[in-house]
Design a protein around this ligand. Sequence first.
Ligand SMILES: [Zn+2]
Length: 211
Amino acid sequence: MPPEEVTPANGDAEPAPAADQDEGDRAAASSVVQPIKSPCSRDFYKAAHSSGTRELSAIDLIVLHDEEASTARAAAAYFQSPESTGSAHLCVDDRICYRCLANEDIPWAAPGANENGFHIEQAGFARWSTVVWKKHQLTLQRAAYKTAFHCKLFGIPVRFVDWRKLRAGASGITTHRQVSRAFGGSHQDPGLFWPRALFMWYCRRYYRELG
Ligand SMILES: [Zn+2]
């Protein structure tokens, strides 16, 4: 992804009138904010690269990334292109979630946690400060809701798993940065200043709401 300027989201943004658009256009319109609990769009389904399939019972990690792009659309479109060198299950931003691979598909996301990981890409950059991440509450909330939903679906505990626990085979929620530290790799996303405690708080809240 080419570097882009940091543009803080308007957390108060209201969906724009879309009376003259059909349903598909409405979902794609950049000014429309989809509710956090909306099903993911399949406009970019599916990603060009995966490594076969797995049993759903093999999934015991949710792995969080950043996209090094400022929109989910840019990341999902990149994954769909044959020239891409990666893939993930979901791409989220302040406005929308795109489904890029089926749950069964083994992504090209983080070596060491591909076969057993469900991978979620957040719009944003590893260089972002905590202040900038917190301007994107809707991205954090959307990623946290999808995390909680899939924890429930796959029977994964809502707890953060660091690199030591990853090496020990623990199940839970982690980041690409922790996977790199545990199993090798250079990727440090979603960065040092991604607000993990806030994110986990949202995950626990949504998990409770899911009942
Ligand atoms: Zn990553």
